[in-house]
Write a protein that binds this ligand. Structure first.
Ligand SMILES: Cc1ncc(COP(=O)(O)O)c(C=O)c1O
Length: 482
């Protein structure tokens, strides 16, 4: 490729010579907080509670290897060839069986395969979003989704959550406020099960509440559900899509229940939207990875994939217990955290006066890595939050990570107390008492969130003390579920 010729003076400034050529939508795109941590966090002496990598050592790798070999040997010209943009029909049928576990009844023709659910989200966003349009998302929400929305110049407006996930009334108010400010709300992105990063799960009653609001105000919901089958304390809950077919686009993935490297996810969409997604997929990739599709199809055919998910669950149960026990043992007073019923993540809240981003360097020096909370908000909130993942390191390493993190937080608290930045008793202000005035149970200002405001998930709504994954005081439907 020929080099762009540049005046010597400009070259010497070492500025990016292509700076003025980039599309406006690339301005402000940041490297993922997780990615920039990887180099340090992957050093063997560091306990990484940062990355959300699924633990696939328990997969039947011999079976997958045999299958790969057989497919290439017997059907090479087909499985290594281009295919159609929608994806192999047999796999789409099997995906409908996978979704049936969460009570979804779907036609394989409404499924569009993608390079992971991440790409399905990208296709959907490019299909719907014009610069300046509003996308609603839980606060906090998955950083990869926020990056996608930002890449298409959406304005992300966060909707408050509590331990049951999205708060229907907050959703309603957010939509109405955006519309009365003349903004177009394109959809609401939600992770109903074991959210990344909060760990929150919507109860059945909460799902019905969210859908009732969506119907009332005419809102499209995007249900992102990579963790739904990794439930550790109860049976899989009915997907939003199982309760409403016309106003929900469902995103699924094999990344957490099989292998992320195969890069196969999917969208299940109402017919008209599916047609648009297909066009977008044709333009984006021609077809999603064909060999991966055949390999997954063969795996689902040959293997007891539901039994395998139970094996994963058992493995993650041990890891979750290690993290929760480690936190209970080592966190100083004033720190609170969520107790997820599944998935990979725990969301920790520091006492007022501490800043998780500022504390990270010290944590890495103390050989423990986490992801600071600000990456999970589009509006600067989250400075007192930390996302911890329990999916990857073995349990004893997770416990050790919690111990190291406890030391770092204690030290930071000591410094903060010396300078009068937090309560002398170790931050009881936030950790112990209600976060009054916050939007935890109320309604955020959808257009101009206050970056100095309290965290939407307050320590008050998610208590480190109860540990009850299915609290019944507000959402009795939970009692129906094992
Ligand atoms: C909530 C959520 N959605 C989507 C994805 C992307 O998954 P995939 O590998 O299917 O692209 C992730 C990955 O961690 C995630 O946590």
């Amino acid at each position: 490729m020929g080099r762009v010729s540049l005046p010597e003076a400009r070259r010497q400034t070492r500025l990016d010579p292509y700076r003025e050529l980039y599309a406006r939508r690339t301005v402000g795109l940041k490297a993922s907080a997780v990615r920039s941590l990887f180099a340090v966090a992957n050093q063997p002496q560091v306990v990484s509670l940062a990355g959300g990598m699924p633990n696939i050592v328990d997969l039947p790798l011999d079976l997958v290897a045999d299958s790969a070999q057989r497919l290439i040997r017997d059907r090479g010209p087909q499985v290594l060839q281009y295919n159609n943009a929608q994806g192999e029909e047999r796999l789409r049928q099997q995906i409908c069986q996978v979704m049936a576990v969460e009570q979804i009844q779907a036609d394989p023709d409404d499924v569009v395969l993608a390079c992971g659910s991440q790409q399905a989200l990208d296709l959907l966003t490019r299909t719907f979003v014009e610069p300046g349009d509003v996308v609603l998302a839980e606060g906090p929400s998955y950083v990869g989704a926020l990056n996608t929305f930002q890449a298409y110049q959406a304005q992300v407006v966060h909707v408050a959550i509590d331990q049951y996930g999205l708060i229907p009334e907050a959703l309603r108010q957010a939509v109405l406020a955006c519309r009365s400010a003349g903004r177009k709300v394109k959809f609401c992105y939600t992770i109903p099960n074991f959210s990344n990063p909060s760990g929150a799960t919507q109860t059945v009653k909460r799902r019905q509440g969210v859908l009732a609001v969506a119907r009332e105000v005419g809102l499209l919901l995007v249900e992102d559900n990579p963790y739904g089958l990794l439930c550790l304390d109860w049976a899989p809950r009915p997907a939003l899509r199982s309760l409403e077919a016309e106003q929900v686009v469902y995103l699924g993935s094999f990344s957490k229940t099989l292998a992320p490297g195969l890069r196969i996810g999917w969208a299940l969409a109402p017919h008209a939207i599916k047609e648009k997604l297909l066009l977008a997929q044709e333009a984006a990739t021609l077809c999603p990875p064909v060999f991966s599709q055949f390999l997954i199809s063969d795996y689902l055919e040959q293997w007891d994939w539901l039994g395998q998910i139970e094996v994963f669950r058992q493995m993650y149960r041990l890891r979750r217990a290690a993290l929760l026990e480690g936190l209970a043992e080592h966190m100083p007073p004033g720190v609170s955290w969520t107790k997820p019923g599944g998935g990979f993540f725990v969301w920790l809240t520091l006492p007022r006066g501490l800043d998780s981003q500022a504390m990270l360097a010290q944590a890495l020096t103390n050989r423990v890595a986490y992801v600071p909370g600000t990456g999970f908000y589009a509006d600067g909130l989250g400075s007192r939050n930390i996302r911890l993942s329990f999916c990857f390191p073995p349990p004893d390493r997770i416990r050790e990570g919690a111990r190291r993190l406890g030391e770092v937080i204690r030290d930071a608290l000591g410094v903060a107390q010396t300078f009068g930045l937090t309560a002398p008793d170790g931050g009881g202000l936030d950790g112990g008492g209600p976060d009054t005035g916050g939007p935890g149970g109320g309604v955020p200002d959808p257009i101009s969130p206050d970056p100095s405001g309290p965290n939407p998930i307050s320590p008050d709504t998610i208590s480190p003390d109860t540990g009850d994954p299915n609290p019944t005081d507000q959402d009795t439907t939970d009692q129906e579920l094992p």
